[in-house]
Design a protein around this ligand. Structure first.
Ligand code: NAP
Length: 273
């Protein structure tokens, strides 16, 4: 469920897994206006849905509409997934953080969150999940830089003293000595200007990650790659967040295979094919 939602690549992902696991199901995009969200969620049970994923702009509002929210989602402050239980009650969880961390681990098996300071750019819903995941993985210091400082301060206040909130002007200098830099803003997404950042202070050994996956390589990642940094794009975050969703919906843990990744990449590079 999202608004808009028809651009979503999630049906391609989940329908690949339905086929692979031989389940007689289908995953459909549901374009739900914000004012219709409560009724749409309550209709899931009579319509026979096992659950839904939620995307912009529903992740926070939906949290107030479901019957139960798991502790991770409460801490992150948003839900990305709903499970419909047999009695029709709804449970919300947040799998974005799992998706982000497992994507980085699959791409960089030797990666450690505790290797050094991590710079997170942005303080929206995605950034919250990223920060929570990094802390869970043992990050000792997160430099959280956001255009609206108050939002970064809000995350720091909620998630703890390892997060240092800084104003947007500091973004270039924040990269000094960092082990990792993550773009969790919407800047660099198709239709948006590139993230405005100078990378000269980013150590060459640092990992650069983006949570955006349209385009697969954002200008931020291209600039980092061109100067010799290793990079991780956002597609795997989308792929990996689907695994815990399937676990709760169907008791199956599907794999993020090379074939699946190639299928998704092809649809992003040539969306009309
Ligand atoms: N790969 C995945 O599975 C996945 C999952 C979640 C999100 N995403 C992607 O991540 C991006 C962010 O999503 P979100 O849900 O976190 O969105 P969001 O809650 O709307 O947050 C957007 C963030 O971008 C910042 N921003 C917007 N315009 C900016 C500008 N001109 N200059 C600097 N910063 C700017 C915002 O700063 P302010 O606070 O100042 O407004 C905020 O920090 C989207 O592109 C989304 O598609 C990907």
């Amino acid at each position: 469920m999202g608004w808009p939602v028809m651009h979503s690549r999630s049906p391609l992902l989940h329908n690949y897994w339905f086929k692979r696991h031989g389940l007689a199901g289908t995953y459909v995009p549901l374009a739900i206006r914000p004012e219709g969200l409560a009724e749409a969620l309550r209709a899931l049970h009579p319509l026979g849905f096992a659950g839904v994923n939620l995307t912009i702009p529903h992740k926070q509002h939906a949290m107030t509409l479901v019957d139960e929210v798991d502790p991770v989602a409460i801490r992150i402050g948003a839900i990305s997934c709903v499970v419909v239980r047999p009695d029709g009650s709804l449970t919300g969880s947040n799998n974005d953080c799992y998706g982000f961390i497992h994507n980085v681990k699959q791409a960089e098996p030797g990666w450690r969150a505790s290797a050094g300071p991590v710079v997170v750019l942005g303080a929206g819903g995605g950034a919250r999940a990223v920060c929570y995941g990094l802390l869970q993985e043992g990050a000792k210091k997160i430099r959280l830089v956001n255009r609206t400082l108050a939002r970064a301060k809000g995350i720091a206040a909620e998630l703890g003293s390892a997060i240092e909130a800084s104003p947007w002007e500091y973004r270039h200098d924040a990269l000094e000595g960092a082990a990792m830099a993550v773009n969790a803003t919407s800047q660099g997404m198709s239709g948006q200007p590139a993230l405005d950042i100078r990378l000269d202070k980013l150590p060459k050994g640092a990992l650069a990650a983006d949570i955006i996956y349209t385009p697969l390589e954002t200008p931020f990642l291209a600039a980092a790659r061109n100067r010799g940094n290793r990079t991780v794009n956002g597609l795997g975050m989308l792929l990996h967040q689907g695994r815990p969703a399937w676990k709760t919906w169907f008791g199956i843990e599907p794999e993020v295979t090379a074939e699946l990744r190639a299928l998704m990449e092809k649809s992003l590079v040539a969306p009309d094919n």
